[in-house]
Write a protein that binds this ligand. Structure first.
Ligand code: HSE
Length: 419
């Protein structure tokens, strides 16, 4: 048997999981692994001389068939990947940021050189989602995705809900336990999920989505009081990556916190688990869930991609046709202000006659109907907390409502998922 020869760039958590997993796979040989520091102790046994601190020992090595890029970020990953493709290597990557920002260039370059670039691990870690969309779901017209694509934020929101704790306290604990990074911005402000939904929506809709058109809000403003009020109203708050497309190619793609009904599956996806709910024809509704990160779940996807290449390597001149990039059409972006949503609004108002009537009138004047309004009591400081859930209305109008509630404090405005 001719072994597929691979080089791995990056030996962090995912790289280590890949090396450990490939120890049980006879058909793949790791020729070289590029790391920053070859003297650093590693959590896996490595053969003598396999490590290098020069990625070009892999990129320029004529014996290597596939380059596995596991360093993340745009540069120098793009430099290494593009040089590898030009040198005739196939690519396996887990790099969601690179795909979101340079996907079009990357896939055009790969096609030009008749090489494949597989990236199952980049979206939702261990959940098989890219290959299913490209192969067995290929006959579908998928028009809606709602997903939990970031484990760190889902862990924080789940803990806030379970313990009645504040965002700041849970983040600190998550950092101590290693669930959140020292600089958590990429996760908590929704960048990571935005990168993932950009690529996921692009392949599901078969239309290019640009990262600059993806609206993004993180979870750092979600208050413990919002979690409690949402729970009492039959919802959970989750960071949801949403994407929908209409028949004219207008795509609404965004990441932000949402109230999701406790009757839906997404409300019960807890801690670091990820999930992707999709609707399309003829499949109907499906939900895939599982581990979105971690050494072995992510290694599962990386190794699956390596083996997909191995299965066809040397047997065809045009490998893995269904896994290639087929979409040149570009979706028309929908501005967030033009979208229609239901809203949760938490208001602190002075205890005065007519306050609730005024909230109702401001909404009524904009043709916004209220689904529920709740005030439990008057507080000692003569204010009251009022929670409103609206029916579906345009984002632009709800922002006007917030501006017009001038004698009240709007504590939170969070979109509510349908269903
Ligand atoms: N940082 C990501 C998360 C995992 O928290 O889910 C890697 O994509």
């Amino acid at each position: 048997m001719n072994k597929l020869k691979i080089g791995i760039i990056g030996l962090g958590t995912v790289g280590t999981g890949v090396v450990k997993t490939l120890k049980n796979v006879d058909s793949v040989e790791i020729v070289k692994i590029a790391v920053k520091n070859i003297n650093k102790p590693r959590g896996v046994e490595l053969s003598q001389g396999i490590l290098t601190d020069n990625p070009y020992d892999i990129i320029n090595n004529p014996d290597i068939d596939v380059v596995v890029e596991l360093i993340g970020g745009v540069e120098p990953a793009w430099e290494y990947i593009s040089a590898s493709i030009k040198n005739g290597k196939h690519i396996v990557t887990a790099n969601k940021e690179l795909l979101a920002k340079k996907g079009e260039e990357l896939f055009n370059l790969a096609e030009e050189h008749n090489r494949v670039c597989l990236y199952e691990a980049a979206i939702a870690g261990g959940i098989p989602i890219i290959m299913p969309i490209k192969t067995i779901l290929a006959g579908n017209k998928i028009n809606k995705i709602q997903a939990i694509l970031n484990g760190t934020t889902n862990y924080i929101l789940t803990k806030m809900d379970a313990n009645g704790a504040s965002y700041e306290d849970v983040l600190k604990e998550a950092q101590e336990l290693g669930y959140a990074e020292t600089d958590p911005t990429g996760d908590v402000e929704g960048y990571d999920a935005a990168y993932k939904i950009t690529t996921l929506a692009t392949i599901a809709f078969k239309q290019r989505i640009k990262i600059e058109n993806v609206y993004r809000e993180g979870i750092s403003k979600v208050r413990k009081e919002d979690m409690k009020e949402a729970s009492e109203l039959g919802y959970k708050i989750k960071l949801i990556a949403n994407a929908s497309i209409d028949d004219n190619g207008n795509a609404d793609v965004r990441v932000h916190p949402m109230l999701v009904s406790q009757k839906t599956m997404l409300a019960h996806i807890d801690y670091v688990t990820n999930a992707v709910a999709m609707s399309g024809h003829p499949i109907g509704n499906i939900v895939l869930s599982g581990p979105g990160a971690g050494e072995f779940p992510t290694a599962s996807s990386v190794v699956g991609d390596i083996l997909a290449i191995q299965a066809e390597f040397g047997k065809t001149d045009y490998m893995l046709p269904m896994m290639r990039c087929h979409h040149s059409a570009k979706a028309n972006p929908v501005n967030i202000d033009d979208t229609f949503n239901k809203y949760y609004i938490s208001i602190t108002a002075p205890n005065a006659i007519g306050v609730i009537a005024k909230i109702g009138t401001i909404c009524a004047n904009k043709n916004i109907s209220l689904a529920s309004i709740m005030q439990k009591e008057v507080l000692e400081n003569n204010t009251a907390n009022i929670t409103v859930i609206t029916e579906k209305c345009q984002e632009r109008l709800i922002k006007e409502v917030v501006n017009e509630l001038d004698n009240c404090t709007v504590n939170s405005l969070i979109r509510v998922a349908e269903g």
